[in-house]
Design a protein. Structure first.
Length: 71
């Protein structure tokens, strides 16, 4: 699920208040203009019950690189 899908029916201002950020930041995340910091990405994961994961903020190249990691 994307962040924008999860936000349907939710207030950007309310989420911003809960997270301690601005409505403008939340709007930029929704429109893809910017991505949240790791803290905010993890906070959204918690608030969404895991429906919006950290990986959901990554582009295809980043996701492919992550899948290619091996220890």
């Amino acid at each position: 699920m994307t962040f924008a899908e999860w936000m349907e029916g939710r207030s950007q201002s309310d989420l911003a208040r809960v997270l301690g950020t601005t409505r403008q930041s939340v709007n930029q995340w929704m429109t893809g203009k910017t991505r949240p910091t790791l803290y905010f990405a993890l906070a959204v994961r918690v608030l969404s019950g895991g429906r919006v994961g950290v990986e959901d903020w990554m582009d295809a190249q980043e996701q492919a690189a992550l899948r290619g990691l091996a220890l």
